[in-house]
Design a protein around this ligand. Structure first.
Ligand SMILES: [Ca+2]
Ligand SMILES: [Ca+2]
Length: 251
């Protein structure tokens, strides 16, 4: 028990030590607030700063859309947006089951050596409801088509959350997806631009026709150098000595 407490103390000291600081990487329009949406409306269009991810060319089909949603005063997300007023939406009402559709953004930052990246995104399972004019028809959105959150560099997927929240999410709720990736001294994609993808997996596993949707909000990407500084190395050494001392006394 005491050994575990010492270990935890050392880890805390290393994480908060001098020279070990998380940098927030710039994402354009990370909370989807740039494009205006009145309460309970969802204007169609690729959100500012983002691109369509559409490998199977499904977006031109009728009713399929990217956009933003302001869930205030709606049944879509009774608790509102996790951040600000808007969330992003990936809505499909045709071509269901025909492959993924989503949003992507290539960042100005590039993949660095000896760095831990932590990507977090709020993922939403929208409930059915009726929008405000001109969106005042009923949208059947029960069920969940699955999602992926991916971190890439140079077009290569480095790490992803492949739908792990599907059993947690219920209609009308958001949950936090986290993707962590760490580089060592070498990686094939060092120096290549980082990219984020937010994907609607478009799987028809529940009778949710004619519409399926995944929503996203509050995209954050932090980077932390993982090379121990001399100060944190000294703390690790101190912690090791303390643990060793405890072990000797315990014998
Ligand atoms: Ca937002
Ligand atoms: Ca739903």
């Amino acid at each position: 028990m005491r050994l575990a407490m010492y270990s935890a103390a050392v880890l805390t000291a290393v994480g908060g030590g001098a020279g070990v600081q998380a940098d927030s990487i710039l994402i354009v329009n990370p909370g989807f607030e740039i494009d205006f949406a009145a309460p309970n409306t969802f204007p169609v269009g690729t959100p500012t700063g983002w691109d369509a991810y559409d490998p199977n060319n499904l977006l031109p089909a009728g009713g399929n859309a990217l956009g933003v949603l302001n869930p205030a005063d709606s049944t879509f997300f009774p608790s509102g947006a996790p951040e600000g007023s808007n969330v992003a939406l990936v809505f499909l009402s045709s071509s269901i089951g025909s492959g993924p559709v989503g949003l992507s953004q290539t960042l100005g930052a590039v993949l660095q050596a000896n760095t831990q990246y932590s990507l977090s995104v709020e993922v939403g399972d929208i409930a059915s409801g009726t929008g405000a004019p001109p969106f005042d028809q009923f949208y059947e959105l029960s069920g969940f088509p699955g999602y992926q959150v991916q971190l890439l560099a140079g077009g290569m997927v480095l790490a992803e959350d492949d739908n792990t929240l599907a059993n947690v999410l219920t209609d009308g709720a958001f949950a936090t997806s986290t993707v962590v990736f760490e580089t060592g001294a070498a990686h094939a994609m060092l120096g290549e631009a980082l990219e984020i993808r937010l994907i609607n997996l478009n799987t028809a596993d529940t009778p949710q026709f004619p519409g399926i949707e995944v929503d996203f909000d509050d995209v954050r990407l932090d980077a932390v150098a993982v090379v121990p500084s001399p100060a944190s190395s000294a703390l690790i050494g101190l912690g090791t000595l303390l643990i060793a001392g405890r072990r000797r006394r315990a014998v």
